[in-house]
Design a protein around this ligand. Structure first.
Ligand code: SF4
Length: 75
């Protein structure tokens, strides 16, 4: 199942099913990503920070975080 949340013009998509729980996204952008007790990350999106969104997505070893800006998929 895919989770997404609208953040102004930037949209984050998380293929949570395939998250391996490495904690990288939560370490880089803790206001957007939080580790769940089931071992996977949850997108909480408390801060709209494009740079950190991109960094978190780029850090994901299994590429399950996607950043879409103005309908264009950046990662
Ligand atoms: S970086 Fe990717 S694999 Fe690691 S916890 Fe975040 S979403 Fe899951």
């Amino acid at each position: 199942m895919s989770h997404s949340k609208q953040q102004k013009e930037t949209k984050i998509e998380h293929d949570r099913e395939n998250c391996i729980g490495c904690t990288s996204c939560a370490a880089i952008h803790p206001k957007s990503w939080k580790m769940n007790e089931d071992g996977k990350a949850d997108f909480i999106g408390e801060e709209d920070n494009f740079e950190l969104d991109m960094e978190a997505a780029q850090s994901c070893p299994v590429n399950v975080i996607h950043v879409i800006k103005k309908d264009k998929k950046l990662i």
